[in-house]
Every structure is written in C-alpha cells, then in structure tokens.
Design a protein around this ligand. Structure first.
Ligand SMILES: Nc1ncnc2c1ncn2[C@@H]1O[C@H](COP(=O)(O)OP(=O)(O)OP(=O)(O)O)[C@@H](O)[C@H]1O
Length: 697
C-alpha cells in the first residue's frame, strides 16, 4: 500500500490554512493511502526542474506538492498552497540527498544557477575568496555538493551568502555560514552536521533519505493518527522524533543515563517517550520532576502519547516530594509539614536567642547545602566538612557555634514532631534504602538541574541499581532554584551514558541566539562535574528579532504591553498563545489588571489558578518553566527588578552564594525568554537589567 509521509514544515503551514481546507487535506491524504495505485492521484507538472515533484489536487483552489520517488511506494507531502503559489514554489525546486547526513534536502535550484551566472559576469576584483581557507575535500566531506561548491567558491563576502538563505538547502547553508564565521571544519561537523554519517549513501535513493530523517518526515499509521496530528499540530513531537531523540528514548542502558541540551531541544519529549517505552515493556515507572505544576503537564502529555490505560497505570507521575510523602505516610502515618516562612521563623528565633552574627538565611542554607546535602549527622563531621559551594570561610569557633544552632533547630523539629520537605526526603530515602523490594523498576527525572541532593537520594533509593534504572533529563543553564548537585555524590554514575541534543524545536533562531548571548561567559557546571555548554544549540526556524522596549515609567511600560498584545491578537494569535512573564507575582498581577483595563481578557496564573479559555496569561518567571507560548512579553526587566535584590545573598555574607544567586537570576531570565515560539518582547522602565543583551535586539 502507498504510504504518505508528512513533512514537518508542511504541518506548520497547515496550521495557517482555514479549517475547511485542512479537512480537505485530510480527505485527500486518506484517499491517497487507500488506493492501490496511489500514483494515479498525482499530476505531472510541466516546465519544472525536478520531475519527481508532482501535484495533488486538494480542491478547486488548493494543490499539494508531493515527492514521488522513482521507485518504491513511499511518498512525501511537502507543501499545500493555492494553485499558483504551489506551482511557483515547485517550478524552481530540486530535491537531492545530502552526502554528509544522508538526508533529503530541497533547494531553489533556479535562483542559485542565476546567482552563479550573475557572479560569473561580474569582472573579477582583487578580493580574497570567502572560503580561501577551506579545501575542496573539507567542503565535500561536509556535504557541500557541486552546485553549491561552485557558488561558494565565487563568494567574497558573507552578505552574498546570506542573500541566498532559504534558497540553499538548509544544512549546506549552515555549513557555509559556520565556515565563513571562522569555525573549523571539525567544529562545523560537530555543530551542524551532527551525528555520524550513515555508511552508504545512494544519491538517488530518496526513499532511504527520507527514512533517515524521522524528525522531519513522519510516516503516519492510519487515519486516526493522521487526524490527531492535524488536530493537535503542536503535539507533533509524538510522531516526529529526531534519530538522536529516538535513540536516547528507546535504547537499553547498562546503568543510569542522561539526556542534556539547551532549551526546547526535546528533553521532556525524550523523557515521555522513554516512560512509555519502559512501561510498554511491563516495567513500573516513576516519571518525576520538581514541581506539581510540571508533573501535571507531564501527565497531560503522557495521555496524549499513550492511549492504553494499562500502560498508563504502570507510570506514576509524581514530584519527588510526593514520592517521599507516600513512603512516610506508609510507615509514620500523617505528620505536620513546616511551610518555608514557619521554618524561617524558627531559624530567626535561634539567631536571636544565641545572639549569632549570622543571618537566618545563612544558617538555613548552611543546613541545607552542607549538612543535609552531605548527610552530616554529628559535630565532628561538620567541623571537618569541606563546605563545597559555600563561599564564606569559617573558623573552628564559628563552625562550632553554627553546629550548635543547627543541632538546636533539628532538636526542635524532633521535639515538636515537625518536618520540612527536606527532612521528609531524608527519612524516606533511609526507609527506601533499607527495603529489599523497590517501588519502581525505572525512574525518569525531568528538569533534573533543580533537584536538591536529598531528593536525589530518594530517587536513588527508589530503584535498584542496574540496567535502565535512572534516566535523567535536564539543562543546568536553566537552573532556577538553589539546588546544586554532583550526581556522583549521590551514588549516580553516568559513566559516559549521555546524549546531548542540539536542535531547538520551540524557538526561532533569532530568539534563541539572542537569549543564549545573555549567558555567554557564564561558567555553569553540568550534573556530572564538568562545564556545561550551549555550543551548537540551534533552531532551524527563523522569525522576527526580539524587540526591546524601554519605558520611562511603569504605567508607560504596561500601556506599551497592552498595545503589543493587541497587535499580536490582531495578527491572529489566540489569547491563550500569549504569555506575559514578570520577575515578581505582584507585577504579573498588575500586568493582568492593565490588560483587562485595556479591554484584553487576561488571567494571572498561580498554583491554584489555570488560565481561562480566551485569556492572555500573566505568570511569574519561575512558573514559566514547563510552559511555552507563540508570543511572550517579559516585563519589568529593569535594574531594580532583575536580579531581584531580595534573592541575592550579600557579597560580604557569602561570596560564592552571592555569585551563584546572580547566575541563577540570569538563568531565570533566560528561561523566561526561551519559552517564546515566534515573538519575544522584553521591556523595562528606568535602567535596564545588567543581564539584558541590549546589543542585538
Ligand atoms: N522531534 C520533534 N519534532 C517536533 N517538535 C518537537 C520535537 N521535539 C520536541 N519538539 C517540540 O519542541 C518543544 C520543546 O520540547 P521539550 O519541552 O521536550 O524541550 P526541552 O528540551 O525539555 O525544553 P526546556 O529545557 O526548554 O524545558 C515542544 O513544543 C515539543 O513539542
């Protein structure tokens, strides 16, 4: 039976078509797949360069463009447009196989030929060729074919290359752009070409070429899946998986493994596919992360991915704290949990009573980051502790005083039978470690960068050490809480079982590059004790540059926000596809009120309040994690608001924590900006935040 693959770019176009046209596209595709001689539906086009491109009739006005291979029965739908537009597109295009990646690629062959011709006419000028430093052998190895090589050799300036962006096959353009920017062929190979080339590439076998790119061309199984794909085009991650994503999600590992990568590279998608894969094999799976909001969104996505209730019943989607509470409820019964402000009050009383010259925040962090993180139980251990990650040097006498204060705090919790989230985890980890039977066969962690060591110990103890025990997805550039860990210190050893994803599927290249520039020069550790890197993280989708707006007052900033949101709505963006992020809850709330006053329905999202249908969402930057929007406005990015002064430890109190706090605030802004799919506006009143990348907006 003929199979029709759907190219992902086409799916994006489809969202823009009117509903009745979408329905006709679905009908056409179903008819195509149901007939024995699928080719019979296809029309040959005259005067086109590549005869393997055929047209398919959708209705009187619309045509589809289908790649029909010379042999085989796998076809690929590349485009749907009005008759004239579709014909204009196809006329000059040629499809080929990239000899480095083995993938199918499309170029505007006519424009490239015309440019070569025009350049040949220009009298030679004594300018150095742009690629004088790159040998033909390197160009060929990087997949630059004859036509593009001829073009590349004529260039003397990168602007000439940029003028043909969108007309060259994308990978070949990126290769040349990287070389022109001074990257070595090795770096270009690693960052652009990516994975190892397939062994044997047949330049004429387009069917094999499309099979090698499941993240771009998905073969849909049956009409239901097809309808669903059209109904929920944003959930296309269910069927389009990059080979690296698929491999990371489905392979067997001899022990703990991780997937890393910059924002929007599909780490959560991999975690979801892995959870389903392991549950389908009969395993009891824990899919976990650090906030209840994120678990809710994971659970929803999982239901999109897997319809079988039996498989779903084998997957628990819980925060680590929920897992720990379940364990304790099981053997200690109900217990009282301290809120953070109540806990601070106890520390404050201890500081006053003992007349200490340390703040309550310093003591609490010393307890969390040294005593709990390193499982210190006695004064000897504390006096000898290396206090990694803490910046203030402490003499023996100071340590002794601090230890007395910590012991008093722990005693008070004990006497009053109180627990904090962390102590619940400590007890749960101990209880789990003593058990022979573990509650799970596989533990999958998303947003791993934000878990405290005590939570890691719960997870380590919840699954027996062995093949496929722990699978960890995270990106330390997006760490937005105070928790740092080296996995080896909690007995999780990755031993090189790590995959780094590089293609961002959420954001445009313009938004991604602008946001990444805010982290340039920051030294950020990964979970394995090495330095993390965003190099090579890129998006294949282009769009408008981020817009920066400086207002003189807060009300002028909010008035400008209302104008921007209105212009997005006027352009056809749905209200719920717009997210407004602010550093503080009150500012996010004010933004919702300002929008409402301007006649735009808006809701401020909180732990207990989801956005209503037809409402724009305003959210704190912390709550942006796990969400994404077509259009994002980040507001209040002024020097007085970002970083938030109250979240920064004074330099004189603890220098390391001070710098860590600043880095975390910078990462928080990075997270908020990288939630935008298509449009990003960043605004402030007064002086701009020192983190802002003012240069290239
Ligand atoms: N192979 C793919 N094809 C199409 N879309 C994809 C693919 N992989 C991921 N996506 C989409 O990209 C977006 C980001 O994916 P996901 O949330 O998994 O990334 P992430 O790496 O976990 O992001 P972050 O670290 O920023 O939270 C989602 O909209 C997802 O649907």
């Amino acid at each position: 039976m003929a199979r029709l693959g759907i190219h992902q770019d086409f799916l994006q176009d489809l969202i823009r078509l009117e509903r009745p046209v979408q329905q006709k596209v679905v009908d056409t595709i179903l008819r195509f797949e149901q007939t024995a001689h699928a080719g019979a539906h296809l029309e040959k086009l005259n005067k086109i360069r590549d005869e393997r491109l055929k047209s398919i009739r959708i209705d009187r006005k619309y045509r589809g463009i289908v790649l029909a291979p010379d042999k085989g029965d796998q076809f690929t739908l590349l485009r749907v447009d009005t008759h004239d537009e579709a014909y204009e597109w196809v006329q000059n295009r040629r499809v080929s196989v990239n000899m480095a990646t083995g993938h199918m690629e499309i170029r505007d062959e006519a424009s490239i030929d015309m440019t070569i011709e025009a350049l040949t006419q220009v009298p030679t000028r004594p300018l150095k060729p742009l690629f004088h430093h790159v040998s033909d052998a390197d160009l060929i190895r990087l997949g630059i074919d004859d036509q593009i090589r001829k073009f590349a050799r004529m260039l003397t300036d990168v602007a000439m290359l940029e003028a043909l962006e969108g007309r060259l096959p994308q990978i070949q353009y990126d290769v040349l752009f990287g070389l022109a920017a001074g990257m070595s062929p090795e770096d270009v190979w690693n960052d652009v070409v990516g994975s190892a080339a397939p062994e044997k590439i047949n330049p004429d076998d387009l069917e094999a070429a499309t099979r090698r790119m499941p993240d771009k061309v998905a073969l849909v199984h049956g009409p239901d899946e097809l309808m669903e794909l059209f109904d929920k085009p944003f959930a296309r991650w269910r069927v389009y998986l990059h080979p690296l994503q698929g491999e990371a999600a489905l392979r067997s590992y001899s022990g703990a493994a991780q997937v890393t990568g910059g924002p929007g590279t599909g780490k959560t998608v991999v975690a979801l596919h892995r959870a389903r894969h392991l549950a389908r094999q009969g395993g009891r799976v824990l899919l976990t992360t650090f906030t209840a909001t994120l678990t809710r969104s994971l659970a929803e996505s999982l239901r999109l991915l897997e319809a079988d209730d039996e498989v779903l019943s084998r997957i628990d989607v819980l925060t680590v704290d929920q897992v720990a509470r379940r364990v304790l409820d099981g053997h200690s019964g109900k217990f009282a949990l301290l809120r953070e402000d109540e806990e601070m009050e106890i520390w404050r009383r201890i500081v006053r009573r003992r007349d200490l010259d340390f703040s309550e925040t310093f003591l609490r962090e010393e307890w969390r980051q040294v005593v709990l993180a390193w499982e210190i139980t006695g004064s000897d251990g504390y006096l000898a502790a290396r206090r990694l990650g803490r910046g203030r040097r402490l003499g023996s006498l100071q340590r002794a005083k601090i230890w007395r204060a910590i012991a008093e705090f722990e005693q008070e919790l004990n006497d009053r039978d109180l627990r904090t989230f962390e102590t619940v985890c400590v007890e749960a980890a101990r209880s789990l470690a003593e058990r022979d039977g573990k509650p799970y066969d596989h533990v999958i962690v998303d947003e791993a960068q934000d878990l405290h060591p005590v939570r890691w110990r719960v997870l380590r103890a919840a699954v027996a050490e062995g093949p496929d025990d722990l699978f960890i997805a995270g990106d330390t550039h997006q760490r937005i809480y105070d928790n740092r860990v080296s996995l080896a210190s909690v007995d999780i050893h990755l031993a090189g079982r790590s995959t780094r994803l590089k293609i961002n599927y959420r954001t445009t290249e313009e938004i991604l590059a602008w946001s990444c520039a805010m982290l340039a020069g920051e030294k950020i550790d990964d979970l394995d004790g090495r330095q993390a890197s965003l190099s090579g993280c890129r998006s294949e989708v282009h769009g408008a540059k981020p817009e920066l707006f400086r207002a003189s007052t807060k009300s002028a900033e909010l008035a400008h926000l209302a104008e921007t949101v209105q212009s997005w709505l006027d352009a056809g963006v749905q209200p719920e596809e717009i997210g407004i992020a602010a550093r503080s809850g009150p500012l996010a709330q004010e933004a919702a009120a300002a929008l409402t006053r301007a006649g735009i329905a808006a809701t401020h999202l909180t732990r207990d309040k989801d956005g209503a249908e037809g409402h724009v969402r305003t959210i704190t930057m912390h709550r942006m994690k796990g969400l994404e929007f077509r259009c994002v406005a980040v507001i209040g990015v002024g020097a007085n608001q970002v970083p938030a002064a109250s979240s920064i430890t004074p330099l004189e109190e603890d220098a390391t924590t001070h710098w860590n706090d600043l880095q975390r605030e910078r990462c928080l802004l990075f997270v908020a900006c990288t939630r935008a799919r298509e449009r990003l506006q960043v605004s402030w009143h007064g002086e701009p935040s020192p983190f802002l990348n003012l240069a290239s907006g």
